[in-house]
Write a protein that binds this ligand. Structure first.
Ligand SMILES: *Cc1c(COP(=O)(O)O)cnc(C)c1O
Length: 380
């Protein structure tokens, strides 16, 4: 038998969450048209936030496109049968990637002048649709408002040269989880792209869920009536991007459940220590379950005593230090717990991933993407 830890992947939950996003974005459009919502990129970078690219391709079949950064993952999407658009969020890393964009029909983001130079020097069999990125204040990737126009004009020249087919406009928000967090950068974006034809592409999960109204107006405001795209990621996997609103309240369902089993149960006497450095020394006798899950599986080593864990469907708490392959749980209140019993570290039937993340001083994104290769993904 193999070690009992698994990441259970619920594709139906992923599809449901995508449906939730589309429902939130639905808008009645005067004059008809069935597709009355912004187009949705399902963001599947980092192996679909740890869920597996092929699972994402299947679960997000209703998305309008898939967005990622890794070229090998993009090719896996094509091999898995994904025929709709693919957006490469960091664009090309070298000239040979432009060839891959043509071959696999990938649309690169252009955020750096070097990427424009690569296009200018390339010989392409077919023109590429590109997403020009504006730095609207986050100061990570993209052109600042003062240079965006000149970069756009270089892309227009590339269009005339047959290397670019369409130019879309894109930006990313630093504080979309805050109530007034997108006002300023969105104004910067609107001002810079005003008068330039092309689709708009602006929002991550937090912007979609917190600033839905503004997102619905993005393309309505464009001078050219072009489509707009949003780019939700984390919410598709059933975690909340907003500190003050739970995944439950947002109508999202957990799509990753980390499960394992009890390896051993023992009583630790008052005053004795548990685990490395005797981090936890109970003041009374406690019953402890040792679980086959450690930081080498991706469970956060810095999860403190008190972090919730479900054993046999009942809530208990982590005690002692998380080690490489094991962690320990106080099951004093659960006398029936025994070797082989099921443990849910997070997900359906256990504590929410957001709760575990919060207890550990991190975010659900890090927990999902940190689940290591030795943890088998299993569909439910
Ligand atoms: C990761 C990413 C997203 C998705 O962000 P979430 O917070 O997971 O919704 C959107 N856009 C870009 C550019 C990203 O890198």
């Amino acid at each position: 038998m193999s070690r009992p830890i698994r990441a259970l992947i619920d594709r139906a939950a992923m599809s449901h969450n995508l449906g939730r996003v589309m429902e939130v974005l639905h808008r009645p459009r005067t004059g008809g048209g069935s597709d009355a919502r912004p187009l949705v990129w399902a963001v599947i970078k980092a192996d679909a936030y740890g869920h597996g690219i092929e699972n994402a391709v299947a679960a997000f079949s209703q998305a309008d496109g898939l967005a990622m950064l890794d070229f090998a993952e993009a090719v896996r999407c094509r091999h898995a049968g994904w025929d709709k658009p693919i957006l490469m969020l960091e664009g090309v890393f070298g000239p040979q990637d432009l060839e891959a964009c043509v071959q696999w029909r990938l649309w690169p983001v252009v955020h750096e002048v070097g990427q424009i130079v690569m296009l200018e020097r390339a010989k392409l069999r077919q023109p590429l649709k590109v997403f020009l990125k504006l730095d609207s204040g986050m100061h990570r990737l993209g052109f600042d408002p003062g240079t965006y126009g000149s970069m756009y004009r270089r892309l227009v020249d590339l269009k005339a040269a047959g290397k670019v087919s369409d130019i879309a406009h894109m930006t990313h928000f630093a504080c979309a989880d805050e109530s007034d967090g997108i006002d300023e950068p969105l104004a910067v974006f609107r001002n810079v792209v005003k008068g330039l034809p092309g689709e708009h592409c602006v929002a991550n999960s937090a912007a979609v869920l917190r600033h839905t109204e503004a997102m619905l107006r993005v393309d309505a405001d464009s001078d050219f009536g072009q489509a707009s795209w949003v780019r939700p990621g984390i919410c598709l996997y059933g975690a909340s991007p907003l500190a003050d609103m739970s995944a439950d309240r947002l109508g999202l369902r957990a799509s990753m459940t980390l499960v394992s089993r009890v390896l051993s149960v023992r009583v630790v006497r008052a005053g004795q220590g548990i685990g490395y450095s005797y981090l936890y020394r109970p003041s009374q006798d406690v019953r402890v379950a040792v679980v086959a899950c450690g930081y080498a599986d991706g469970y956060p080593r810095h999860a403190p005593c008190g972090t919730p864990v479900a054993v046999n469907g009942q809530l208990a708490t982590l005690v002692g230090r998380v080690s490489m392959d094991m962690l320990t749980v106080d099951v004093s209140g659960l006398p029936s717990v025994n070797v082989g019993d099921q443990v849910i570290l997070w997900g359906q039937g256990g504590p929410g991933i957001d709760e575990v993340a919060q207890a550990s001083g991190t975010i659900s994104y890090e927990l999902m993407t940190a689940v290591t290769a030795r943890v088998r993904r299993q569909l439910i």
